[in-house]
Ligand binder design. Structure first.
Ligand SMILES: [Zn+2]
Length: 353
């Protein structure tokens, strides 16, 4: 993919943190036509250390996604039975050469060996590449930043770095039911790995997990994720084995967790049933990227493609209205607005399975 196009993708893909340089190309796949029959292959990857949705509640997640797809995109989506697997088995799909290539992007907050200066410069580069206006960024971010408003993008990046690392550090104190930290020594919290499954032999279009995905990268950190402390809800990324050239991964942790950290970013408590309903609705946002290649109409609250603010899913859900934001109604809502893209260098590292 050409660099200018990559920048456009970065501007539009807020819930994605693509990037790093390399041989980026678009996958030659058209978005699906409204009214098409769609059946998505679903897996659930469990981390036995963490709280999870019951099998019944996972079915509620899919039912809610189905209804939200119908109401907002006019498309009836069906799902296969959910294949249960483990996070370990899921990570085993990642080809080791690609894993080695991506580890360089990780800011290692666990060992304390991460380079803070490089992280701030990385955020500054991303903001600059995305042609972010300081004023626009501050409209969203200022309430969450300490001290007086930053004067330029580099100062904003430093402030975001501080907030992100402080909050990531706070996430390290959140404990799982076994008494050990949710963010343990395992690599399962790292976004870059979840983002790489599709270069391996992944046979699913949707991967749900109870794993908490919270991390920092030297490239492509977006403001939304930084302010949450590097927390990812869902991402739609390239898959070599999907008819849509993409797959979705989504963490249910932000919906089910009731720690003080999560509640601080959320709009009240959710029952397990409401959490499943909201998770399903937000899954439809990702399926909107997957099937129609839609972008992000930031701030357009009627649009299911408007990213959630912090972890305020109930607020997001009550505001979406498909009649006020149908497909095609805005540039970001045009089918094919953001075609799936892949890194040819990474693809070359592993032959097709
Ligand atoms: Zn999104």
């Amino acid at each position: 993919m050409k660099r200018p196009f990559l920048i456009l993708v970065l501007v539009l893909l807020g819930c994605s943190k693509p990037v790093v340089t390399g041989d980026w190309k678009n996958a030659p796949v058209d978005p699906i036509k409204p009214g098409a029959i769609v059946k998505l292959r679903v897996a659930y990857a469990n981390n036995p250390r963490l709280a999870r949705f019951s099998p019944d509640h996972l079915r509620i997640v899919l039912a809610s996604a189905q209804l939200t797809m119908w109401k907002n995109f006019g498309t009836f989506v069906e799902f296969t039975d959910i294949t249960e697997t483990g996070v370990e088995q899921m990570f085993a799909l990642i080809p080791s050469p690609i894993r080695a290539a991506r580890v360089e992007s990780i800011y290692d907050f666990k060992s304390g060996t991460g380079d803070r200066r490089m992280l701030a410069e990385g955020i500054n580069n991303t903001l600059t590449e995305r042609k972010t206006k300081l004023e626009d960024a501050l409209t969203f971010a200022a309430p969450y930043l300490p001290g007086s408003p930053p004067k330029d993008l580099m100062a904003l990046s430093e402030s975001l770095t501080k907030v992100m690392l402080e909050r990531l550090e706070q996430w390290r104190h959140v404990m799982a039911a076994d008494g050990a930290p949710v963010l343990d020594a395992s690599p399962y919290n790292e976004w870059v790995y979840w983002d790489t499954l599709g270069y391996g032999n992944l046979q699913y279009d949707l991967v749900l997990t109870n794993q908490f995905i919270a991390s920092a990268e030297y490239y492509g950190v977006d403001i939304h994720s930084a302010i949450r402390g590097g927390v990812t809800v869902g991402t739609t990324s390239y898959s070599r084995n999907s008819p849509y050239a993409s797959y979705v991964f989504m963490s249910t942790f932000p919906f089910t967790d009731n720690s003080g950290n999560t509640r601080q970013l959320r709009d009240g408590d959710y029952s397990e049933e409401l959490a499943a309903e909201l998770a399903g609705a937000y899954l439809a946002h990702e399926i909107g990227h997957l099937l129609f290649q839609l972008g992000h109409p930031f701030g357009q609250k009627a649009c299911a493609m408007n990213p959630v603010s912090m972890l305020r899913f109930r607020e997001w859900y009550t505001q979406i209205n498909g009649k006020e934001c149908p497909i095609g109604s805005r540039p970001e809502m045009r089918a094919g607005a953001i075609p799936p893209s892949f890194n040819g260098d990474w693809l070359k590292l592993t032959p097709a399975p």
